[in-house]
Every structure is written in C-alpha cells, then in structure tokens.
Design a protein around this ligand. Structure first.
Ligand SMILES: Cc1cc2nc3c(=O)[nH]c(=O)nc-3n(C[C@H](O)[C@H](O)[C@H](O)COP(=O)(O)OP(=O)(O)OC[C@H]3O[C@@H](n4cnc5c(N)ncnc54)[C@H](O)[C@@H]3O)c2cc1C
Length: 470
C-alpha cells in the first residue's frame, strides 16, 4: 500500500502540473503513469504546443476570453470553468515558465503567441523527441522529483476507493501486480476516452474503428469508467477535438497530424456517398470532423472543390494540403467535369452535379442559410465550384481528444450525482468535461485546459488541507 497526500492518475501536462504544484506546496505526491516507457507517449508529448483560448491570445482581457468561450460553445461551457480558463490560462503559462518551460511566438496569428519551445515539426515518428511537448514533460518530471514527488511509470489506475462518499485512493495494476494508493485527494488526468471503442461507440461514432486516432493512443477511458462506477457525474460526452483528414491517413502515418483538409472543407462542400451534403461546412473543421465520425459509415465522405479553391484556401496555413497532401501519399482525384469526378469517387454523378448546382446558386443568391442542411455564411467564406479541374478528396475524421469527461467545477472538483463536489476527487485536462463541446462542438484549447485545470486542482487541494489544519 502506497500512502500520500495527492495521487494523480496520468503524467501528461494536466497530471504533472497538478503534481508539481501540489509537491512544491509541501504535499506528498504520487503520479501514476500507465506506460512503463521512460519516453511514454501521450498527447502532451505529441502536441503542437500552442496555448490559446478558442484561438485567441491568452493575454487578452479575461472578460473578452470568457465571452469568446461562451460564443464558441454556444453557452454550453460551465460558467465557472469558462471564467477560470479566461482568468488563469495566462497565469498557468507563467507558472510553467517559472518551472523553466520556454515559449516562443510561433507565428503571426494570436493563438501562436505562446508556443512551446522548441516548436513541433508536426510529424509523427521520432520528430517529437526534443520538441516542445517532450521538453515540457521532462522538465515537469524533473521538477516533481526535485520537490520530493514520485512518478510511478507502468502503474495503471483502474478503480477508485470510496469510503463514506469520499474518494480515498485508487487501485490498479502494475505489470500484472495489483497495487493500491491511499490518498487525501485523487486527481484524474488520464487524457480522455478517445481510444476506448465502447465509449466512442456510445457517444461519438457508430464505427470507432473507422475514425482516425489522431493522437498518442494513450487515452483509454479509464478515468471516465472509474468515475462512472464511483457515482461521479459525467458531462456531455458527445464531442471531440479533431480535424478533417485525408482518408489514407487511416493506414499511412505520413498523413497525420498534418496536413488537414479543414481550410478547404470550410470553403467547399462535404458530401456523402450519395453525393449529397450532410453537414454545415461553415461551422468549422472540428464540427465537420464530428459529423463525419457520426455517419453510419465514417469512411464515406468526400470534400469536393475546384481549382481556385485548391490554389486559395488549399495553400493557406502551416503545412497546407496543397501541395503537401499528395506528397505525403494522400489520395486526391481530379477531373475535367463533375460527372467524371463522381465516377472516380464512386458516387452518383447526377446527384453530385445537382448538389454543386444548388450550392453555387445559393452563393449567388445569398441564400446559403436556406440550404438543407444550412450553410453558415459568416465564419468561413463559401466559394463556388465552377472552374475545372474539379477535385474530390476522400476524407475521414481525425480524433485528437474527447471533449467530455468528469464534470468539474472551477476548482477542478469532480461532481457527484447531485451536482455537489465529490469529496477528494478532482479531474484535469482531457479527462475533464464541461468546458468544451456542446451542440456547437466548441473547441477551447487542450493545453490551456490541461494546465489551468491541473494548476487549480492542486491549489484547491492545498487550500482545503490548510483550512483543515488551521
Ligand atoms: C498532434 C497533436 C497536436 C496538438 N496540438 C495542440 C495545440 O497546438 N494546442 C492545444 O491547445 N492542444 C493541442 N493538442 C491537444 C493537447 O496536446 C492535449 O489536449 C493535452 O496535451 C492533454 O493533456 P492531458 O494531460 O490531459 O493528457 P495526456 O497528455 O494525454 O496525458 C494523459 C496521460 O495519462 C496516462 N494514462 C491513461 N490512462 C491511465 C491510467 N489508467 N493510469 C495511469 N495513467 C494513465 C496516459 O498514458 C498519458 O500519459 C494536440 C494534440 C495532439 C495529439
């Protein structure tokens, strides 16, 4: 039996932030990490490294950021949690800087003002080594040890100990050997449930194996399952953060995490195997990816566009699909007519031609919102599809992390079935829910969420303990 003040489940950014913050305040901390590998892969290690709040600069006024979160989630974000992120994302970055983590300005857009250094090359394979996320985890791991905390790799937490309605520790398995940790507080920070086929089938896609795991494959859903078994409240689990990817990425690692098709898809049309639109492309790439994942066959969607679109939005942003997608092995079909393109894609040619004609006419008449499904006109400019060659790209949904999880409040406290704090239980980062998601699949930011909720969990644990000993 291991005894400590704080037991953290998961050693990504959220877990190590919580662990180091608690340890530097004098608490005895044990961080459990499922993987035994000293270079254990997790989303924090693969990350692109941009700290932002809904793609806004984290230094913006807190009132502005709070409003931005409310707008992005169409009001679905827990109010206290939205305020916490708006107020503390910058403070969390400052705290990381105080631990020796370095940031750079990674580009001209506001969400690139704080990017982990050295910046990621955005490729899989060994390219994460020595990059921002890798350095982040090594630095925080060192800080944990310096403050007397323990990182136990190869320890997978599987069950919460509950006594008198309070969480008192966790049980798990270390290479086939059961272990038990007794703690005053437990912080679940296991990164989400994106790799749990049953939870994904229940909440996100009827066919989990047809959704691309655009992540480190370390989010196994243990946190959600442990919390559910213990009677903790879960948030809305239906949304995930992800992107529209070339379908060949399902089998070719050169095609993820970039390039993605979001910039093209949001100016073009996305059709199903029958040649009809099924999603409001104007609501953004994350939203489109979620709708593709929800199709009866998530591997049956295509982005259809023309030459000006390929030369315009197709070349915008970092590592754009034009020309990188084909270079990395992505399938892209071209034809001089829509009929010929439909033939290549294996979809009904008359239906595709009719869909394109209706869409072009709606742009001309400014009636995009009257289309079925409607096409929101404001956030992304819809471009007509008229000029050959015409293009069709078979796409899939790339899932980075699930947005839902344990329902938490502004201090990262888990909630019980009645919406009251579940004593002794906290959640942070990709394990937590209530901030992102909602009907709009509102994306706030995985790193800001992980650092802020981890920091706040630790600070609440410390405060509670000080109050108890006063
Ligand atoms: C390619 C890529 C690019 C990204 N780019 C950005 C970006 O630029 N900006 C941004 O804001 N977000 C980005 N994200 C998302 C962001 O990186 C994550 O949201 C964030 O790192 C999540 O941190 P976490 O600590 O919650 O989870 P993780 O980093 O996934 O850590 C969870 C840890 O828990 C461990 N674990 C799981 N189950 C158990 C268990 N039962 N017991 C013990 N340990 C367990 C896992 O092995 C893992 O190490 C990106 C993600 C990816 C994959």
């Amino acid at each position: 039996m291991i005894e400590c003040d704080v037991c953290v489940v998961g050693a990504g950014l959220a877990g190590l932030t919580a662990g180091v913050r608690a340890a530097e305040s004098g608490l005895r901390v044990v961080v459990l990490e499922r993987s035994a590998d000293p270079e254990y892969l997790c989303n924090s290690r693969l990350t692109g490294g941009a700290f932002h709040v809904c793609l806004n600069d984290i230094q913006s006024n807190a009132d502005v950021l709070e409003q931005v979160i409310r707008t992005a989630t169409r009001g679905a974000a827990h109010a206290g949690l939205a305020r916490a992120i708006a107020e503390d994302a910058r403070r969390a970055v400052k705290w990381l800087q105080s631990q020796g983590i370095r940031f750079i300005k990674g580009g001209s857009e506001p969400h690139h003002n704080f990017v982990l250094s050295p910046p990621s090359l955005q490729r899989v394979g060994s390219d994460w080594r020595g990059r921002g996320g890798d350095v982040l985890l090594r630095t925080l791991g060192g800080a944990l040890a310096k403050h007397g905390g323990q990182l136990l790799r190869g320890h997978r937490a599987l069950e919460l100990d509950i006594a008198d309605g309070r969480c008192t520790g966790v049980k798990g398995n270390a290479d086939g050997v059961p272990f038990e940790v007794r703690a005053q507080a437990v912080v679940i920070a296991d990164g989400g449930f994106q790799c749990d086929a049953d939870l994904v089938r229940e909440n996100i896609s009827p066919a989990p194996d047809k959704v691309l795991q655009r992540n480190a494959r370390s989010g196994l859903g243990d946190g959600v399952r442990m919390a559910r078994a213990a009677g903790a409240r879960l948030s809305d689990l239906v949304g995930f953060y992800g992107h529209v990817m070339n379908r060949n990425a399902m089998t070719d690692d050169r095609l993820w995490p970039l390039p993605w098709m979001d910039n093209v898809a949001t100016s073009a049309i996305v059709v199903n195997a029958q040649g009809g639109r099924f999603v409001d492309e104007g609501r953004g790439g994350v939203y489109i990816a979620n709708r593709i994942a929800g199709l009866p066959d998530p591997l049956s969607a295509f982005v259809v566009f023309d030459q000006p679109l390929w030369e315009g939005p197709g070349t915008s942003r970092f590592l754009p699909p034009n020309p990188n997608m084909e270079k990395c092995g992505g399938a892209i079909f071209r034809a001089d007519s829509l009929e010929a393109l439909a033939g290549q894609l294996g979809i009904a040619s008359q239906a595709l031609a009719a869909t394109v004609a209706t869409y072009n006419e709606a742009i001309e008449r400014d009636t995009l919102e009257a289309l079925q499904p409607p096409r929101s006109p404001k956030a992304y400019r819809a471009m007509p599809i008229r000029t050959a060659p015409f293009y069709g790209v078979p796409v899939c949904a790339g899932m980075t992390y699930t947005m839902g999880g344990l329902a938490i409040d502004e201090w990262s406290r888990a909630m019980d079935a009645h919406g009251e704090p579940f004593l002794g239980l906290y959640a942070a980062g990709g394990s937590s829910g209530g901030l992102e998601g909602g009907e709009n699949i509102g994306y706030v930011g995985g790193l800001s969420k992980a650092a802020t909720t981890g920091l706040r969990a630790a600070e609440h644990i410390v405060k509670t303990r000080q109050a108890a000993h006063a």
